[in-house]
Structures are given as C-alpha cells and as structure tokens.
Design a protein around this ligand. Structure first.
Ligand code: ME8
Length: 541
C-alpha cells in the first residue's frame, strides 16, 4: 500500500454563514488525517474555499461589498473556525489564489487543444444557486432536483466538455473499482440517474458562462468565464502545484505563500511538509470526502475530466449523508443552521468534535438537535470516559499514594480485558478503512464500558480492605490505567485535547508511550506518578 494519503473536504462556498454541516465533513476528514499520520503515513489534508461564481457575485452585491472583500472575510472566518475546532489541515486552499487561476487557465486550454472542449450554443433550464443546467426531464415542473428551487430559461453561447464520450468508461470504472465510489447506494444513484438513465443519455457539459464577471476567464475567449465547478474541482490538484511547470510558473513548487492563515490569498500549510514533493500525493491514496448532493460532480464529471487529460483518478470518493433540521437539509441558503461557535462555547471543542464523529452513521442522514448533542456528551464523554478517568485516578491516589504499582503478575482472569486493550488499535483501523468513522469511535467508548465493568467485577474497594489482596489490587488498577493510556493514544486521532488531558494525568509520560506503536498493554512503567486533574467532561443537565 502506498504510504501517501491525500484527503480532501469539498472546498466550501463562502456565500453564507458557516454551520456545523461544514464542520461535519471537516472533522471527520480530520480524524482520518490524524489517524494515518499517527500510523506513520505521509498525509496531506486539504480544505478551503470555492470563491468564484454568480452566487458570490450576487451575495457581494446584496451586502454592498466587492466579491473579493466578501470572500476574503468569509475565508478568514472559516479558516479561524477550523483552527478553533483543532482541524489539522495542511493547506487552506482558495480558488482566488493566483497559482490556482494560472493552472485552471492552462487546464482549460489543454482540454480545448485536445478537442475535449468545443464551442456551441446552449439552451436550457438553469439553477442560479446551484449553478447547474438541467433538462426538462430531470427537472420536473421546472424545479431544481437538488435544491428544489425554481429554474430559469437560459440560452447562451458556451463551451462544452465531451462528457457523453465517457459514459462507458465511467461504468467500467465503477465495475472494476467498486471502492471508487462509496457507499454503494451512491453508486446505484449515479448509474440509475445519470449513466444508465432510462429516460436520456449522459449529455455533454456546459463549462463556461458568458458575461459572468467573478470567475476565471477562458484564456482564449475573454467573453467567457470558466464554469465554477470546473474551476473548483481542479483545486484538488492545483493545491499540489500539479500543473505549475506546464502552466509556466517555472518550477515544481506551489506558487503560494506558506503562512498559516487564510487572511490574504495565502494558502496555509504546515511547515514540515516537503513542498517540492507535493505533486506526488496525487499518485498516492487520494480520498475525496463530500456530502451526497455533490457526488455527481465528483464521481462523474471529475473522473471524466481526468480521463480526458490522461491523468490518474482518485482512489475513492465517499458521499456521506446530511445533517438535517427536521426533515430538511441543514443549509446556509435555507438559513436553518446550527452555529458551531455557539456549540463550541457552550460545550467545548472536543464535545462538538465527538458529537460530529460519533452521533450519525457515517454515510446516512441524521437529524440534528441540541438534545441529541447533550445526550451524546453525557453518555459517552461524561458518564463513560470522564467517569472512568476520575474514578481510576482517585483510586490510584487513595490506595497507592498516586503512583503506578504492579506488585504481582496479572491473572488468567485478566486475559479477556487485556486482549480488548491490545485489540483496540486494530479494531479502530478496520472501521476507518471501511469509512465507518462513527463505529471507530464507538470501539473506543465500548472499551471504556468494558473497563468500567472490569472495575465492577474486580471490586478494588473490597480488595483494598485486606492487606493480603494489595498485590491483586495493584494489578487491577494497573490494568485499568493501561487501558486509559491506550484509549488516550487512540483519542489523539479524534479528540486531541482530551488525549492530552489524559496523558497529563501521568507525570511526565514519555512520548514513546503516546505513539500508535505503544497502543498495547504492559508498557506503563511502575513508579510513575498519577496526578490529579479536572474532570474531563462535566455532565450536562
Ligand atoms: O458544494 N450535512 O460548497 P458548499 C452534511 N463549493 N454536510 C454538509 C451539510 C449538511 N447539512 N451542509 C454542508 C459546495 N455540508 C462546492 C464544493 S468541491 C470541488 C466544491 C458540507 O459550501 C458537505 O461536505 O455548498 C457538502 O458537500 C458541502 O458542505 C457543501 O458545501
């Protein structure tokens, strides 16, 4: 398996307030990025903003600012929100970046030169908010199949991409590499609705708009602006500087400043990456995480464009479900959103992260309510994890003066519990490779439950009553402390702040006992001090 792992969120439209839907995808990608980094893989994690198009122009006009001012402000807001959420992205990529623009112009010209793009006249039904054309058959009652808003008639000269040509190759792709598009339900939707639709054939795609100010112009026809989705999809490669040499930037590096903010048009990136080698991430394991409404763009249009350029395809597109408000998708254009900053302020970063990771079956829709969030925090974090840590460290203090002890060997009766501790990393990894992110997290909370049961079964408070069972008492506590340390090791991928708080309860825990290699029983040194600390998660009333 390749060591390079490149994971992307969609690049988000800065056309409205950011909400927990955007955080949902990003936190889940963050868990994967962190997990594989801790596994020792070379990871690149992209998120960012998709800043061109009519929608942005319209919002800017309504707010009385320039599109550039609008996107600068909103991109900064999102990048700062992600910092507050402890997102470990390596880059915050923006499509108004000069390096992106230069590469998109180059790609469009190359597709035209290859005959993959041609000029023609377009007449059809258009959805302004989604920036998509629909046919009469697709759009019943002239309503957009995606956002359910009214479509308008539009006729224009435009450039077209020969999408229809790729129908068979896309079907072959799904057949040969079923992992390319997951979950399988999305694959069935793509085949049934677009690739083998009973009603009509896959049609060529209109890839430019006349008279749109805010976008990247077609380099050889300045009246035309490149369709925002083409501009946006290629961000996954322009961020790696993939076309920089060919586009004439003169070297193989990303043509961006590398500071850590998105305040101007700089991309944020971690200083440790070897930037001259970024391009190579495209030949590693590439995973695009998106929600289901944009699967069509990522699993049909995107691979077809890559095929047209004879470029390697991503390994996997995963289309997760929606957070709903009632029965409706939570969405900025509908305004029915939950505000991440309010939730972070109210419940804390890791509580919000945990909710977004654990509450919903990854891949399916789920309704959002604050009550659900509170219940999830109380069950998994306050009652399970928080309680386990408080109880165990309190007993270590009470019975052994705050020191790790192990006065005898473990017994045969401990084997099952130790096996669970040793199996945690593997169980989590298996879940993650199947994109069962919620289940990966529940492997950890389930181990917390097992530890609580182990304590109840072994009754340390009874063992403590008799000097003769002090040795056994030390083993029982040692086993649970080891379980907590191993849980901390795994939590670094999901709840990094909580992992640090757990580690801080052991005095000067060596760094080598925080690595994935140390996620096994028996490494915690005897004699290390156990410290007092605040409750990890308070119960919410
Ligand atoms: O589509 N539930 O941007 P966008 C779950 N710019 N996820 C949600 C969500 C919800 N209710 N609401 C939003 C775009 N998301 C394009 C993408 S990519 C080349 C261009 C998340 O701001 C989810 O990841 O509309 C969804 O696909 C994305 O935000 C849509 O973001």
């Amino acid at each position: 398996m390749t060591n390079k792992f490149y994971i992307t969120t969609p690049i988000y439209y800065p056309s409205g307030d950011w909400h927990i839907g955007h955080c949902y995808t990003t936190v889940n990608c963050d868990a994967l990025a962190r997990f594989y980094r801790l596994k020792g893989r070379d990871v690149f994690f992209l998120t960012g903003t998709d800043e061109h198009g009519l929608k942005i122009e319209t919002v800017a006009k309504a707010e009385g600012v320039t599109p550039k001012d609008l996107v600068d402000k909103r991109a900064k807001g999102l990048s700062e929100l992600f910092t507050r959420l402890n997102i470990s992205n390596d880059i915050f990529w923006r499509t108004t970046d000069k390096a992106h623009k230069r590469q998109v112009e180059y790609i469009f010209t190359k597709l035209f030169d290859r005959g993959e793009i041609y000029k023609d006249k377009y007449e059809g039904l258009y959805c302004v908010p989604c920036e998509s054309y629909w046919t009469e058959r697709q759009a019943e009652n002239k309503v957009c199949p995606d956002c359910k808003r009214e479509l308008s008639e539009k006729s224009e000269e435009a450039y077209f991409f020969r999408l229809s040509k790729y129908k068979e190759r896309l079907l072959d792709l799904y057949k040969a590499r079923p992992e390319f598009l997951q979950p399988m339900t999305r694959q069935k939707e793509m085949v049934g609705n677009y690739l083998k639709a009973e009603t009509e054939d896959l049609r060529d795609l209109c890839v430019s708009r006349a008279g749109l100010e805010w976008g990247i112009r077609v380099p050889f026809d300045k009246e035309q602006t490149i369709y925002v989705w083409i501009d946006a999809l290629f961000n996954y490669m322009t961020a790696l500087g993939y076309f920089e040499c060919e586009a004439g930037a003169g070297d193989n590096s990303v043509g961006v400043q590398r500071d850590n903010s998105a305040s101007d048009n700089a991309a944020s990136a971690t200083a440790s990456k070897d930037f001259t080698n970024l391009k190579r991430f495209w030949s590693g394991e590439v995973v695009h995480m998106v929600a289901k409404e944009i699967v069509r763009f990522h699993a049909i249009i995107w691979p077809a464009m890559l095929m047209a350029l004879d470029l390697p395809l991503p390994k996997r597109v995963f289309g997760h479900g929606w957070l709903l408000m009632g029965d409706d998708k939570m969405s900025k254009s509908k305004g029915n959103v939950a505000c991440p900053d309010y939730l972070i302020g109210q419940y804390g970063v890791d509580a919000v992260r945990h909710f977004l990771l654990a509450e919903y079956t990854f891949g399916s829709d789920g309704a959002y309510t604050e009550e659900r969030l509170i219940k999830r925090i109380n069950t998994d974090l306050a009652n399970n994890l928080g309680n386990l840590v408080s109880r165990t460290f309190a007993m270590a203090k009470q019975y052994f003066g705050g020191k790790v002890e192990k006065l005898e060997k473990e017994k045969a009766a401990d084997k099952a519990f130790i096996k669970e501790i040793n199996g945690l990393l593997g169980a989590v990894e298996t879940r993650l490779s199947a994109m069962e992110i919620d289940k990966a997290v529940s492997e950890i909370t389930q181990l917390g439950d097992k530890a609580a049961k182990y304590i109840d079964d072994n009754k340390p408070w009874v063992l403590a009553k008799d000097q003769k069972t002090k040795g056994r008492l030390s083993v029982v506590l040692y086993n649970v402390l080891e379980c907590i340390r191993v849980v901390g090791v795994l939590l670094q991928a999901f709840l990094p702040q909580t992992a640090d708080k757990i580690f801080a309860r052991f005095d000067n825990l060596p760094d080598n006992l925080k690595t994935f290699g140390s996620a096994k029983y028996g490494l915690l040194p005897v004699g290390i001090a156990t410290l007092e600390g605040d409750t990890l998660f308070a119960r919410i009333k």
